[in-house]
Write a protein that binds this ligand. Sequence first.
Ligand code: PLP
Length: 378
Amino acid sequence: MSGFVYSEKPIRIESGEDAYLYDDSGDEYLDFGASYGVAAVGHCHPEVVEAVRSQVEKLTFVQASYPNSARDGLYDKLAAVAPGDLENVWLCNSGTEANEAAIKFARSATGDSKIVAAQRGFHGRTMGSLAATWKPKYKKPFEPLASDFEFVPYGDRQALEAAVDDETAAVLLEPIQGEGGVNPAPEGYLNAAREVTEETGSALILDEIQTGLGRTGALWACEKRGVVPDVLTSAKGLGGGLPVGATLCADWVAENAGPHGSTFSGGPVVSAAAEATLSVIAEENLPENAAEVGDRLQSKLRGSDAPIRAVRGEGLLLGAEVKRGANRILKELAMNHGILALPAGRTVVRLLPPLTVSEAHADEVVAALESVLAGAET
Ligand SMILES: *Cc1c(COP(=O)(O)O)cnc(C)c1O
């Protein structure tokens, strides 16, 4: 018996609570990667667990063509928290599906096909989203992918303006590139993307699968920049641990979105989990906590004597650029300090913890990282 896609780590995780995971011998790990950002409200949040428990007993599933109060509850909640007027909601099961739908809707609504995306961007691994993903290693073995995708250097306003024309269906960007090394959009970049897409009648799609739901200190990263896209995608932490993705669309996109569908779209159990997750984010002021703890992490890392070349990011999406391989550092953090984090490329240690973490957690992680980096120097 064996899975084959992931190279597995030598720790068996069997339970979790808030920011902690526990292995099969009961050893505790502080999960500063939030399991790819999924545990945004922490592992097994009691409100999410209760919402799932009661919904699974009442109605586990009904197809999306029958209105249902769990699904409607999530539609309403997402529409209420969406930036601007992005009140039209498509529900799916993952980030890549949310982007896949965004690309289809934008092509259908504009009648154009070209998608402009960014170098070092990451949007998922299905054929359409993968075509919008930059890293050649992820794409080469699977070509040909969906066509008519063009890449521009992330953050270069002139290059973006030159690439977007009347045949452009959409510009697809992350407000802060996550997998690509934690690169925040420079000042004015998303505003420029907003302006040029308005001029050409193209859709601006912002992928907030990693940046959304409070992680950067605001519910959506685009709010901090004063930009409302035509389409916004969310997933990862949205279901509080259950698989949910959402594509939020402006009216003009939704009105001509074209035929689309998915059997599991907005099942009652995942909808109940996501609605509870959104409530927890608001009730516990998690965006504010992400801003505060993130600032402390960032200033401690910047002030550190450890060999950290650069610190990038916002809120609780932070990358520390190191000299040596990030994977070796991550392994030592896990095995010697009980702290789990993520890489973002070969030389960036990415901190993406639950939004519930405290300043004490932040201090613990900085101290552990300093200790590991001091050892790596010798
Ligand atoms: C993780 C991620 C995706 C893909 O989400 P999956 O659920 O793994 O398909 C897409 N875009 C961004 C920005 C991500 O961080």
